[in-house]
Write a protein that binds this ligand. Sequence first.
Ligand code: NAP
Length: 308
Amino acid sequence: MSPINLAIVGVGKIVRDQHLPSIAKNPDFNLIATASRNGTVDGVEAFTTIEAMLDAVPEIDAVSLCMPPQYRYDAAHKALSAGKHVFMEKPPGATLSEVADLEKLAASKGLSLFASWHSRYAAAVEATKSFLASTEIRSVHVVWKEDVRQWHPNQDWIWQAGGLGVFDPGINALSIVTHILPKAIFLTSATLEFPENRDAPIAADLHFKNADNIPAHVEFDWRQTGKQSWDIFAETAAGQMVLAEGGSKLSVNGELKFEAPEEEYPSLYRRFAEIVKAGESDVDLAPLRHVADAFMLGKRKFVEAFHD
Ligand code: NAP
């Protein structure tokens, strides 16, 4: 099969940090166009709207949508309607229903839709899934705490309705948890803390359980300064498991069991090529469903205003 002619929509931080280097190393993709109001990529034909790009470059086979989630549905709908496969950054949309609609559209057109979850491809995630399948889990604790000023400076969209606030990084933890646990969990109670001047939460404290009453406590906080925490702990019959540093290191009882170089975005593009070749879609909404449940069930607390 000849390389997939790819276009990127929404050229910003994650495109420069991760998409461009991953695409450049993958012979299955040929980046031929971008659509972004301001951003461009050296040497690649640039347009300011997806409509103009799709009209001008019919050779495009697939698009990667990397704008904030509130603006993804319209672009995805246009791309699928024009017969293009679609890769969506996480979270795949601003609502569950809009993503379900895109899934139906992709299926009706025989196109691939990929709701990507980069953290699921963190180095030690598969080893952790195998470990948890081999033992009895007694409890789970997720601590995902980072400094929003360091990681999301001046990103207004992230604080607006649909931007998810602290769930923007938190959904990465949920994408791992929903992949590694052998049984489904569901929310039983939650508290969301909203800065009084923002429409999205700065912190969330979530309690889940599964059908066997195994508890999972999940803490997200964007006010963490100093050491950043992206860790998942489990008490198991085989001892304490720690999946540390965003999914990159697995330890059991303090002994390092698995660590490997980071390959999240290269893995995402390998997966996208695989589903395009196989004529399939890959859309798992479990992480986004948990976020929706938190907004539905969670108590709201208003806290000090946040200024960048
Ligand atoms: P970003 O740089 O703030 O936004 C990406 C680009 O989207 C912007 O440069 C902008 O390009 C376009 N955009 C912004 N607002 C828009 C609007 N109102 N309408 C249309 N286009 C708009 O954000 P990012 O950090 O790259 O994140 C984008 C997505 O990737 C998010 O869903 C995020 O969760 C995900 N992600 C981010 C990271 C990270 O570390 N930053 C990591 C993993 C995943 P133009 O101004 O040129 O149109």
